[in-house]
Design a protein around this ligand. Structure first.
Ligand code: SAM
Length: 271
């Protein structure tokens, strides 16, 4: 997949080392990646071809979860941490199609995502979008910056899709979720996706080991039990912690994609 568009090189970025946001973009069929990203992306694909279905199923889950939240659940505010490079149907586009007054704050720590962030700032006039360049561990800075756009007295959907897998220590990851969910009121939601070896098998484990030797940031898989630990005190919506492709699938999702991918998806509500 050769790319004719030379990516801009923002400061702090090392194009020689594959980085998750850009490799994820490669698996999604995007254009914002360097040769090192494509090489690692291809090697991982060679070991675990299901990775492409994981990336696509994750985005399709994002669409269904946001449609549910902006529709039935009446959520108007979204805090999307670990946003990734802009692609088709970013959170604000899905949410504002349902609810033009929806307000979205995106957060990522990748310099390349920052460079492309203006593509995420195309809000409807009734709504708003903002972008915060921060590490997910720095919840204080994230909440402070997001308060310029979001009203933390009203429900917020906290979205951590494909993000906690980069926080290797489970206790630290739980602390991040707890601090974020403590900051939002009753009626708020948590949306998670997370890779797992419970659905992927040995090929996925091998691909993750390869990733950790050749790319950044390092990644970890988690079990459904560990995912459940992130949801303490929350009401888990049906159908629970499942392959994200199996979370309320719609007719359009039932094409040639496999019915199960090695990525859990779950939505939970703060009572
Ligand atoms: C697998 S991508 C997922 C993108 C998008 N959420 C999705 O589901 O399609 C993970 C994103 O998390 C970002 N990320 C990884 N570690 C992070 C951290 N500690 N703080 C903020 N963002 C992080 C990466 O830069 C990347 O854009």
């Amino acid at each position: 997949m050769e790319d004719e568009r030379a990516p801009i090189e923002p400061s702090g970025l090392n194009p020689g080392v594959a980085h998750n946001a850009r490799v994820w973009n490669y698996w999604l069929g995007g254009k914002d990646h360097y040769p090192a990203d494509r090489e690692v992306g291809e090697r991982v694909f060679g070991m675990f071809p299901g990775i492409v279905h994981v990336a696509r199923a994750d985005r399709a889950f994002l669409g269904r979860a946001v449609r549910h939240l902006a529709g039935e659940a009446g959520i108007r505010q979204f805090l999307d941490i670990g946003t990734g490079l802009p692609t088709v149907d970013n959170t604000h586009e899905v949410a504002q199609r349902m609810a033009p007054d929806a307000r979205i704050v995106y957060v990522d720590n990748d310099p390349m995502v920052l460079v492309h962030a203006r593509a995420l700032l195309t809000s409807t006039p009734e709504g708003a979008t903002d972008y915060v360049d921060a590490d997910a561990r720095d919840t204080g800075a994230i909440l402070k910056a997001a308060a310029g756009t979001l009203d933390f007295d009203r429900p917020v959907a906290v979205m951590l899709l494909g993000l906690l897998n980069f926080i290797l220590d489970t206790g630290e990851a739980r602390g991040i979720v707890r601090r974020l969910m403590d900051a939002v009121p009753s009626g708020s939601h948590l949306v998670l996706t997370h890779p797992t070896l419970e659905l992927g098998g040995e090929a996925n484990a091998e691909a993750m080991r390869f990733w950790n030797e050749h790319a950044t940031p390092p990644i970890t898989a988690r079990s459904s039990r560990e995912i459940a630990g992130f949801l303490d005190g929350l009401e888990v919506l049906e159908p629970g912690i499942v392959s994200c492709s199996r979370w309320r699938p719609e007719f359009a999702d039932l094409g040639e994609a496999p019915s199960e991918v090695a990525q859990f998806g779950v939505v939970a509500r703060k009572p």
